[in-house]
Design a protein. Structure first.
Length: 91
């Protein structure tokens, strides 16, 4: 499913315009991203939760040249599905 497919489905189900659905979806995504950038956690009961974790700096090797490379530390986004979502998918 693409973002546009989601907007179309939401618009039909809620009986509102596609433009309003798109703006609402974009605002929701922006808020989730903003929360994660600040190191927070986003939880939607019945769906799951998103949180960030710090991945430490490490030394690796370029597989082609064999040269050592330094990978900088960075934030990773993790998603954990709720038990309700897992159960719904496996029914």
């Amino acid at each position: 499913m693409t973002k546009q497919d989601l907007i179309n489905e939401m618009s039909a189900e809620l009986g509102i315009t596609k433009k309003l659905c798109g703006e609402t979806l974009n605002a929701m995504i922006e808020e989730i991203v903003s929360t994660l950038e600040k190191g927070g956690k986003f939880t939607q009961p019945g769906f799951g939760s998103f949180k960030t974790s710090l991945k430490n700096e490490r030394v690796g090797r370029n597989p082609v040249t064999g040269k050592k490379m330094l990978y900088p530390k960075k934030l990773r986004v993790k998603f954990k599905a709720s038990d309700i979502l897992k159960d719904d998918i496996n029914e």
